[in-house]
Design a protein around this ligand. Structure first.
Ligand SMILES: [Zn+2]
Ligand SMILES: [Zn+2]
Length: 334
């Protein structure tokens, strides 16, 4: 018997239901969920903000649990092993992207909570390649958010920044506070950009060397030409022109926050300073494993608030209120 917190239609409260998962796929593993982080993307799918939700939906894509079954063709995973599952839970394993290690760019990649049953449940299933063995040293109870938000900020950081670089993290929330921790541990000089000056001290506690208000256009202008990399985690409109102006020659604004309004970019501000604007979704399986190792080595975990999973509707309301500091994790209590 499998149980899951199920959404019947957009914005309808979740109800606990019995689910038939059917036979286990030959390459799949089944995981008994212990903890599952609550991410802004869960709220977006809950609300159908992106127009691609499929109901009934079982949300939750920052899963930590133990393998309870492995399909006959699953590789390198065994019953009892502690694993994590993130935003994606399968890819076709044979396309050009999969074969070059970019499984997260596979045209057939399966989002864990859109047309697939997610982790606010007693069990979840995933292709073996997307169920990541967790390093022993990791703080398991708080590791869930690393699987989605963590790799989303870690992948561009290690791809585009060197440890000697000046890096700015825009938005100090669920993603941003993890980005500050990763960038500081990586060795960068880190500036936190946040609309709430009340978060300045906390951002410094996460490892930021400097903090700047995103509302202070004059303060942002004074930083002109200084950053090698900016990682934007916000989903609101900002003074993008001023922020791009803070990039050094060859600097890059990298967007991982799903802001729905277009970001205006002036061609000359890119051309003359040879700057770039880019984006990325989560990360490849190898990026996720590398991130988990790095987090275990540097003792990096998100700052979390825990709710029992039976309080899932309260937890969604808490996240929607904007008051969660900084990431919510639900502990399975079926
Ligand atoms: Zn997420
Ligand atoms: Zn593929």
């Amino acid at each position: 018997m499998y149980k899951a917190w199920t959404v019947k239609a957009a914005k309808q409260p979740m109800a606990l239901e019995t689910v038939d998962l059917g036979p286990l796929g030959a390459e799949d593993v089944e995981v008994a969920v212990e903890h599952c982080g609550l991410c802004h993307s869960d709220v977006s799918v809950f609300n159908n903000d992106w127009g691609n939700s499929q109901y009934p939906a079982i949300l939750g894509h920052e899963v930590v649990g133990r393998v309870t079954a492995v399909g006959p063709n699953a590789k390198g995973r065994r019953v009892g092993q502690r694993v994590g599952v993130g935003w994606f839970s399968a890819s076709d394993m044979h396309c050009r992207q999969c074969m070059s290690g970019n499984h997260h760019l596979c045209p057939q990649v399966q989002a864990t909570i859109i047309g697939h049953r997610g982790g606010f449940a007693s069990h979840i299933r995933a292709h073996w390649a997307w169920a990541f063995p967790l390093p022993e040293k990791l703080n398991f109870a708080d590791a869930g958010p690393l699987l989605c938000g963590g790799v989303t900020v870690f992948a561009p950081l290690t791809r585009f920044a060197r440890p000697t670089d000046r890096v700015g993290i825009i938005g100090i929330g669920g993603l941003g506070h993890m980005a500050v921790k990763f960038a500081a541990a990586y060795g960068c000089d880190v500036t936190a950009f946040t609309a709430s000056e009340s978060k300045f001290e906390e951002a410094k506690g996460f490892g930021a060397n400097h903090a700047v208000s995103t509302k202070n256009s004059a303060g942002i202008k004074r930083l002109g030409g200084t950053f090698d990399l900016l990682i934007s985690t916000v989903n609101v409109k900002l003074d993008w022109d001023a922020l791009i102006g803070t990039l050094a020659p060859n600097g890059r604004l990298h967007v991982v926050g799903a802001v729905l309004e277009p970001i205006p970019v002036a061609a000359f501000s890119l051309i003359l300073q040879q700057r770039s604007v880019s984006g990325s979704p989560t990360g490849s399986p190898v990026a996720i494993e590398t991130m988990l190792d790095f987090a275990a080595r540097h003792n990096i975990a998100p700052q979390t608030e825990h709710f029992p999973m039976s309080k899932i509707n309260d937890a969604f309301a808490r996240l929607a209120s904007g008051k969660a500091r900084y990431r919510i994790v639900l502990d399975a209590d079926f």
